[in-house]
Design a protein around this ligand. Sequence first.
Ligand SMILES: [Zn+2]
Ligand SMILES: [Zn+2]
Length: 351
Amino acid sequence: MEGMMKAARKTKKEPGLDLVEIPIPKIQPNQVLVKVGATAICGSDIHFYAWDGYAQTRLNPPLTLGHEFAGEIVEVGAAVQDYKLGEHVTADSHIVCGKCDVCKIGLQHICANLKIFGNEVDGSFAQYVAVPETSLWRLPLSTPWDVGAIMEPLGGAVQAVLIEPVTAKSVVIYGDGPIALFAAGVARASGARKVYLVGMVAERLEIAKRMGADTVFNVTQNIDPVQAILDETRVGADVVIEMAGAEASVKNAFKTVRKGGRVTTFGLSPKPFEFDINYSITLRQVTVRGVAGRHMWDTWHLVDGLLESGQLDPRPVITHDLPLEEFDKGFKLITTGSRATGKVLLRPNGM
Ligand SMILES: [Zn+2]
Ligand SMILES: [Zn+2]
């Protein structure tokens, strides 16, 4: 497709993004062009926006950010076989090779030759994004753009919670970021016995309750969540999902789980720390499952199922919905605002 489009782009190696006019991407034969209905700001985008140490090692501007999105197919490459004009799609943020040993054992999302939208290739903070057929996930026409745009991070929550069953189990979630809030909803929709969430921001804990958490703990209010959960469960929780990544939170996660229970590690800690494996894992026979995002594509199938069942409504987590032009406001809401933000959406096309 010919013409120019608006994009929120990292143009220089410094903080912030620029709203620029650039040509609409030319698609390769194996790609489709997606007109973006909605795109969401991710925690990783915050690092890129701030241009911190992580961003400096990861990004090579100029680059259009954004990897969580949904939209309509407006152009189809000659070699694309299974998608048509006018279909609604979202995408996994991962562009995988499909050929390396890691892909071949079914772990494409950690492919040895992984590329990510808005990290290595131009992403979705733009009116149009070029997407290889192998990264697409079809949406029913009835799925609203806002829900389609957050299915990728929701998939992270689904993988973290459901990597092993939670039916009839007590589930504790550490963290109150958007994926942790999604995780509360996933655990509730999947038949958990009781869902606890431990966080720091009162407004987000309210969202956790709306998502289905039975009990929330605010660690800024002089409450010991470990003791409270041990008191209530007597033996500790069956399943603990660590999504905060802070040292104290990781240590508390292992103090909260029962002997023989499961801890999923999902949050990333800013730096290494000392940790007692003997007591925390080995002697108490705790199962640890590291989760680095969604599996392609069985997690997406679970996301579809949870949404279609009506058991899971992710929308309470979406707190802001802005035109693309107001991207700066969106980022500032997350970084310097009251932190009472869940997912912040951007709409590049007013659709
Ligand atoms: Zn993300
Ligand atoms: Zn691969």
